[in-house]
Design a protein around this ligand. Sequence first.
Ligand SMILES: *Cc1c(COP(=O)(O)O)cnc(C)c1O
Length: 428
Amino acid sequence: MTTLEDCRALDAQDALRPLRDQFTLPEGVIYLDGNSLGVLPTAAPARIAEVVTQEWGQGLIRSWNTASWFDLPQRLGDKVARLIGAAPGEVVCTDSTSVNLYKVLFAALSQQKDTGRKLVVSERSNFPTDLYIAESLCRERGFTLKLIEAGELQGPGSVLTDEVAVLMLTHVNYRTGAMHDMKAITAAAHAAGALTVWDLAHSAGAVPVALNDSNADYAIGCGYKYLNGGPGAPAFAWVHTRHAGKFEQPLSGWWGHAAPFEFTPHYRPAPGVGRYLCGTQPIVALAGLECGLDTVLAAEAFDKDQGAMAALRAKSLALTDLFIELVEERCAGQGLSLVTPREHAQRGSQVCLSRGEGAYAIVQALIARGVIGDYRAGDSQMPDILRFGFTPLYLGFEDVWNSVEHLVQVLESGEWKREEFNRKNAVT
Ligand SMILES: *Cc1c(COP(=O)(O)O)cnc(C)c1O
């Protein structure tokens, strides 16, 4: 059994510990929600203030050139590329995840439009915005969205028939923390003649991703979760080079034009991923995102060969393993079940527990104690979920101990039954 002293010893031996100094965290908070909104990089307020007061205030319109505003989406895209197994020039940071999904799914469907394939396959448990975007695009473009249950991809009688145009999956499930085998699934999809669209919202900055090695087709991801880019930070989009230069971008704005400042009357798409840009980019928000990206890239110093995510992954698994071990030992008989897979190859950087009763209120009681996780409603397949994200950049082993200690106290005391913890807020 792991003790508090063991956890302290693990922190003392943890080479990644100094990475925590990059963040400004409130006193007395154990933040287990970096999967929903990452924390504030200490460098961000000053950098954002500099962009506002100097680059905007003093540089004015000159800053598009003098402060390199113009190529910021590509420059940050190159930083994201280092975290997702992509190459420089293959990624842009722009727009929201939802909007980027619209663009890449449109592109994938356009590629398949003459093949007679009519299905877009996704999982019923996918994040709703992904399903909503797919639903409307399918309606507009004459495709049908087919939703499958988790696990149906692997089983016999595969859903990957010759009717499937696009397989659209989220790599790490937002509720369960279960992770797909991107390489194997992409290979199976390609063997069946389908293209793949991967949502990396819970993967970028959370787990190693190897887009090129997996031979994936399209990917998008979120800037404000594990990448610490700030609320509503720009998201990113990637396309494999074999499609770059060919794919159709439905939002053909001037920023995706090959030569926007020629002001010609007709659209000519930029070569490669640059055509994913639509209109004028949010420079202040991009500056915040860069601060967040730099906090993750700082981990490159700890694994010079394999990069930041290899270094972070080892600690992430150690943290989630410890949390699972402590919950199972210390909360036994309290009605909690582990939802997240135990196998490392199938686990993201979060641990989800389900409980038939009180999941929302237990999370609220924990938040009142400074342990911030979140709640996601269950469905016919699964009871309500308590969700805990583990970000190795700023969490330590003693934090894991303390969060489980609070969970034990909340459960054993019945504190969560108090009325104040059972009133639902607008944002859960
Ligand atoms: C968080 C998340 C999003 C968020 O989309 P926004 O456009 O930023 O609101 C989309 N997809 C998945 C899978 C997510 O986890």
